[in-house]
Every structure is written in C-alpha cells, then in structure tokens.
Design a protein around this ligand. Structure first.
Ligand SMILES: *Cc1c(COP(=O)(O)O)cnc(C)c1O
Length: 389
C-alpha cells in the first residue's frame, strides 16, 4: 500500500468497525410485555394471535389484499413457485441479486435463464426479456434491487403476451412506494424478507403478497405441510410458518419503521451531497415518483477515472474500519452451479458483469451517526486519485 493511502488510513481510521447495517430494535421492555402475553397464552405458533395481528397490519400498511407470513424470505419464494405450479421448465431472472433468487428456481427443478440488467435501475432489462422466451418459459422472476422497482408495466405486458406468470423478489422493497403504491404488490406474487440485515426485520422472517384469495389459500396450506383442514392435505407442502415470537417482534418493528426510514433518508442525503462530484464515483439518483426505503447505499466505482479499483477501495475502507460490501458480486451466473448454463455466459450479460465488478455498498442504517457518514465521504474523497502501488 502506498504511503499516501497509509496516511489517509491512519488519519481517518474509525475506532470500531462500522458494518453495512445494524438492526433497529424495539425497546426490550415493550417486547417483554408481549412475551408475557405469549407465556400466558401458551400458543407459540400455527397462526396465533400475534401472527394474525401482524399479517393484518402488514396488509394495511402495504395496502395489499393478502399477506402470508413465513419463517424467511427464501422459503416464501420457494412456496410462491409451488403455489403457481411452476415446478419445471425455465424462468427468466436477473443474475444481479442475492443467491436465494436463483437457488429457489433450482430447488423447484427449474432452469434459471439469466437476462442482462438495465444500467440505470440495475434491475432485469425488460427490453432483453422477450429474446430469451422459449416454449419452456413459465415465468419472469424480477428483483427490485436496492428497492428500485423493476419496469413492472413492461414486464406485465410481456407476460400477458406470452402467457407467463410474474413473481417479484421484493426482499429489498419493503417500505418503498411508486406513485404512492407499495412496490411489494406487483406481479402474481411478491416476496418480502424480514431478515435481520433488512431495514424492517423479525430476525428471520418473510412474507408473500398477492391479490388473489385462492392463491392466498394455497400459499397458506403449502407453508403448513399442505394441510387444508384437519383431515385434508392438498399437496406436498413444507413448513414455512412464522412463530408467535417473530410475529410479536414484527408488530413492534412496525412502530419504529417510520423513525428508521427517516434516519436512513437523512444519512443517504448526506452521502449524496458529499459524494456528488467525486470523479469516478456514481450512485443511484432519487426519482420523484419513488419514495424509497434507503435499504442500501450502493456506489459504482469507475476505476480508470477514480484512480483505484473497486476491490482496492473496498480494502482501503476496511483498513479504516468501514466494512463496505460488494453486493452483488459475484453474479449468480458465475456460481459453479449455474456457470455452465447457456444464458450464464459473461458475453451475454455485459451490463451485469460490469456493474457487479464496480459496485460497493456503503454502511447505512438509521442509527449510524451523521459524523460517521461524513467521515466515510471524506475518506472516499481523499482516496480519489491515490494509485495503489
Ligand atoms: C435477503 C434476500 C433474500 C433472502 O431472504 P431471507 O429472508 O434471508 O431468506 C432473497 N433475495 C434477496 C434479493 C435478498 O436480499
């Protein structure tokens, strides 16, 4: 490491590691009060009182007809495919996502077909979807990456024209609204994740959202072993249920959601203000029609302009105790389990390849101090042009 970088690291190193996220937790005493109720009820899972209340408040907050709670987002997405009877053939999806998105296809014996991404939204490029459709295509599985909605209208039109289902991995999109409408409500089914690393969490947890009451019924029995009545099993279901402990915690999360979003929005604006104009660094611009959740703060590093590669920048930040993350690198299409698929070839995915090699997510969560964000920005500004020897 060259001495100029060494000097910046020594001068600005934070005393403690700052991680990319940290859960905003409710007051322990509030949770204890709900735990006391659970202790009295002695009803711990299987659609209990807290489960029902949490489902109802989520449906109301998201302004959606039906919400089904799950033990996590991945099992929810597995069940979404089963509920839509998509258990063979091909599904067109994005390689620029968390591993779960591709893996749920594999676990349902479906071949993922990777589609390149849009350079502006970093989501599946709707103009490239139709060329990938074959007689085996069953559905389109989009991801609202970093909470930015996919081109939902174009995708709906394509799906209609070809008789395909649409599923959204909306794991990043809880609390984002497009022209006042929740981004969690598009497609036949949308999946939400309430993992501890997400802005809204139940430690582990997730949900499916749908407009259709028959789908809601099917989802609810599939997540409960396929049970549809005391003596009736409708099919090979799984156990995807959320317990009362998580549901009660989720209800308290709803009370602090506003505060968390507010904190994130403020810090994201400080990032934007201070990073704007640093040569070779870009970030996603805010769109007037979208009220975002600031789940992540990704920057894209153009190494030839910034003067340092994304990887070297990531290392330098870590030496400063700033634990930035390369979300999403490598692409799903690069995993050994998928890299042999014809659609996984890097030359077919030029935008996704470039973005995954230049993206870096900076720490962002409601209680991250403004001073820390300013320090991160100062380091990014000072490291600009410092060539690694
Ligand atoms: C977090 C995440 C998931 C997985 O959700 P879990 O609740 O952890 O199972 C799936 N897709 C994306 C895009 C995610 O970020």
């Amino acid at each position: 490491m060259c001495t100029a970088i060494e000097r910046i690291v020594n001068e600005h190193r934070l005393p403690e590691p700052v991680y990319i996220t940290r859960p905003n937790m409710p007051l322990l005493n509030d949770y204890i009060r709900l735990l006391e109720e659970i202790w009295q009820n002695k009803y711990l899972t299987n659609q209990g009182k807290f489960h029902k209340r949490f489902e109802a408040s989520l449906a109301q907050y998201l302004d959606q007809k039906h919400v089904s709670l799950f033990c996590n987002g991945t099992v929810a997405l597995l069940v979404a495919l089963q509920a839509l009877r998509i258990t063979s053939g091909e599904v067109i999806t994005t390689p620029f996502t968390f591993p779960a998105t591709s893996h749920v296809l594999y676990w349902n014996r479906i071949t993922p077909v990777f589609c390149d991404i849009d350079p502006e939204t970093l989501n599946i490029d709707s103009s490239r979807i139709e060329e990938l459709i074959t007689p085996d295509t069953r559905a389109i599985l989009g991801v609202h990456v970093y909470g930015t909605p996919c081109d939902v209208q174009a995708i709906r039109t394509i799906a209609k024209r070809h008789g395909l289902k649409v599923i959204y991995d909306a794991a990043h999109a809880f609390g984002t609204f497009l022209k006042g409408r929740s981004v969690a409500g598009f497609g036949d089914i949308s999946m939400l994740s309430f993992h501890a690393t997400k802005p809204f969490s139940t430690a582990e947890g997730g949900a499916l959202v749908t407009d259709s009451s028959s789908l809601k019924h099917r989802i609810d029995s599939l997540k409960n072993f396929g049970i549809a009545g005391e003596e009736k099993v409708i099919g090979p279901g799984i156990n995807g249920k959320m317990s009362e402990f998580s549901a009660a915690y989720g209800l308290l999360q709803m009370e602090i959601l506003e505060e968390e979003m507010h904190g994130r929005a403020k810090l994201a604006s400080i990032y934007r203000e201070n990073l704007r104009g640093i040569p070779g660094l870009t970030f996603l611009e805010q769109k007037p029609e979208l009220s975002g959740n600031d789940a992540y703060f990704p920057i894209l590093v153009t190494d030839t302009v910034y003067g340092m590669s994304r990887d070297d920048l990531c290392d330098a930040l870590r030496r400063c105790n700033i634990v930035a993350r390369k979300y999403f690198y490598p692409l799903c299409s690069r995993y050994s389990c998928y890299s042999r698929l014809p659609s996984a070839r890097p030359e077919f995915l030029p935008v996704a390849e470039r973005v995954s090699k230049s993206v870096l997510c900076l720490p962002l969560y409601g209680t991250l101090g403004e001073e820390t964000v300013r320090t991160v920005c100062e380091i990014l500004s000072k490291l600009n042009g410092k060539v690694v020897s």
